[in-house]
Every structure is written in C-alpha cells, then in structure tokens.
Write a protein that binds this ligand. Structure first.
Ligand SMILES: [Zn+2]
Ligand SMILES: [Zn+2]
Length: 146
C-alpha cells in the first residue's frame, strides 16, 4: 500500500503537474511547428499552402502525415531544374543531328562530303588536317590560312 500511496503522491506533486504542463506545451510547440513547416513546404512545392496548413492545424500531427503522403513530389525549383536539364539534353541531341544542306539527308558532324549527293561539306586544314567549315579562311586550331 505504501508504494501505491507514493505513486498517488507523485501524481499530486507539483513536480508532476509541472511535467505534464511542460509536456503539453511541448506538444503545442511541435504541433505549431508542423503547421508552419507544412505552410512553407507546400508553398515551395506550389501546393495549396493555406489549405494544407489549416488542415494540419485542425488535425494535429495526423494532418502533417497526410500532407507528407499527398504533397507534390518536387519543389517548384526542382521542377524548373528538371525541365531545364531536359531542355538542355534535348538541345544537345538536336545539335548532334545534322542534315545535308543540299539534299536534306542525315549526315554526321565529321563528314567531309555528303554520301548521298556528294556535296562538299567540310574541308581539311592544309596544315593540321582538322575539319574546317567551307567558308572559314583560317584554321582556328593551328592558325594556318586556307
Ligand atoms: Zn547531300
Ligand atoms: Zn589547321
């Protein structure tokens, strides 16, 4: 009986009351920080920031879990970066595909002559032998005038 008495005394003690108050305060702080976090995160992702933060306010902790499941996968910045990267890769690919100015068939960057219509496409530098455009008057690699 004495231990039970001790436990009951502990629950009635000012220390316990202080601890519960601290715990409740801690929960409140945690709750409000999830609301603020949800707001900023949803804003970054271009989601409905106000709706989501209100949702986490009405449903403490569960709201933020639901948000984490349903939030947009990438932030606006990430989405922009990804589309930029995609554009860049696509432009690289398009650059690699060249067409003969005479017959329009596909040719490679280092072709000297079109294999289909025999149009001269590039000339070789008389000094270093690298491929030059037909209208270049000087080799940009070795400065040899053409
Ligand atoms: Zn051609
Ligand atoms: Zn050269």
């Amino acid at each position: 009986m004495e231990t039970l008495q001790g436990i009951l005394e502990f629950f009635n003690s000012p220390l316990f009351k202080l601890m519960t108050r601290m715990f409740i305060l801690y929960l409140f702080i945690l709750w409000f920080s999830t609301v603020i976090w949800t707001y900023t995160d949803a804003k970054k992702r271009g989601g409905a920031a106000l709706t989501w933060s209100a949702f986490t306010l009405v449903f403490p902790f569960i709201g933020v879990l639901v948000y984490l499941i349903l939030r947009p996968k990438e932030t606006i910045e990430e989405a922009e970066m990804n589309s930029l990267e995609y554009e860049f890769k696509r432009s690289l690919l398009e650059d690699e595909v060249k067409y003969c100015p005479a017959c329009g068939k596909r040719i490679e960057e280092d072709f000297q002559i079109c294999p289909y219509c025999l149009k001269k496409l590039k000339k070789k530098c008389t000094s270093c032998g690298r491929l030059l455009k037909l209208d270049w008057h000087v080799c940009p690699y070795c400065r040899q005038e053409q």
